[in-house]
Design a protein around this ligand. Structure first.
Ligand code: ZN
Ligand code: ZN
Length: 339
């Protein structure tokens, strides 16, 4: 598509998250930078990207599947980063927090950029003429302090135009929290949350442990949350052989039943175990889009691109082809819930 206002690439990084927003003039915004060995780094070394300004780097939280590539990113690109946004999701002395923070600090100490607090109300970027804003809507100071764990304090990033929520990155938040945060402003497109396995969506084992009253209540809350969010597009960035049992098949079906076109970056056992074992990709989105492929896992959609024009989202030209191929899977969960 030509003449888009913005291009948003949802990368396939295996287990983890990484998105790249391309602004007019070739400047970039990175939302999470994926795990160590993330293909994004090699891509940033190539061609005209070698000198592209990185307006902002935003880390939703400091888990390694979102920040693992930060040290090498800072080493190689610190001179062209405008601002780095992160939050304190763990005690100051926690080694995981320190690892990300020390990498970030290196560039700030050299005067390359400033580190900003990712907290509700902050505007990461805006285009007044076209009325686009990229803002943080979670966590507030209090939400951050009260969060039960690093996932639950994930920064939630919203790309909006004229007050309409076009794309939301809710990090690794619970589904109910995401719905509460975005109440009254549902996204047209949503990532995840939490690689398709939001921690409040109960596994079979958890459901068994719940009481007769707890179980239906929780499932009703899940349906209410999904109905409140109701995205048209739901991109789930998930690694084929992740050890967390992501995604939850029930979660994919739930989102599909709300009318969402659910798209997973990689194939997992819940859709086609045999095909996963022989390593036969469904569609290789990264190659088709000229991006770099994940170093592990089997591609389902791989990477995906959304063109944003006049406040409307247009998926790349491979959406239909991927959908056709998904139908050949043994039991594609992303289609099972679709009405
Ligand atoms: Zn994660
Ligand atoms: Zn996480």
């Amino acid at each position: 598509m030509t003449g888009a206002d913005l291009e948003v690439d949802f990368w396939d990084v295996g287990q983890g998250d990484c998105s790249v927003i391309k602004l007019p003039g070739g400047r970039l915004i990175l939302i999470d930078v994926g795990p160590r060995g993330c293909p994004l780094i090699e891509w940033l070394r190539e061609g005209s990207r070698r000198s592209a300004a990185i307006e902002a780097v935003i880390l939703t939280h400091n888990d390694a599947d979102h920040t693992g590539s930060l040290p090498v990113l800072i080493q190689e690109c610190r001179n062209r980063i405008g601002a780095l946004w992160m939050l304190q999701d763990r005690p100051k002395a926690d080694p995981i927090f320190q690892k990300t923070f020390r990498a970030a600090l290196e560039g700030e100490r050299e005067g390359c950029y400033r580190i900003e607090t990712a907290t509700r109300g902050q505007i990461l970027w805006s285009d007044r003429a076209r009325d686009y804003t990229l803002r943080i809507v979670h966590p507030s100071f209090t939400q951050n302090i009260l969060a039960a764990d690093p996932n639950d304090t994930s920064a939630v990033i919203v790309l909006e135009q004229g007050g309409r929520n076009l794309i939301t990155w809710p990090g690794d938040l619970q589904l109910r929290t995401a719905a509460a945060v975005l109440i009254g402003q549902p996204p047209t497109m949503m990532m995840g949350p939490h690689h398709g396995g939001p921690s409040d969506y109960p596994t079979k084992a958890t459901r068994k442990r719940m009481t007769e009253t707890e179980r239906p209540r929780r499932m009703q809350e899940m349906r209410d949350a999904a109905a409140a969010l109701k995205p048209e597009w739901n991109f789930v960035s998930v690694g084929s052989r992740n050890s967390y049992h992501h995604p939850r098949p029930g979660f994919l079906r739930l989102m599909a039943s709300q009318g969402a076109r659910v798209i997973c970056s990689q194939l997992t056992v819940c859709c086609d175990r045999r095909r996963l074992l022989i390593g036969n990709p469904v569609f290789e989105g990264a190659g088709a889009l000229g991006l770099r492929s994940a170093k592990s896992g089997v591609s389902c959609r791989g990477a995906m691109r959304i063109y944003v024009k006049d406040g409307m989202l247009h998926p790349d030209e491979f959406a239909e082809r991927h959908l056709e191929r998904v139908r050949t899977l043994y039991r594609p969960q992303c289609l099972r819930g679709a009405r």
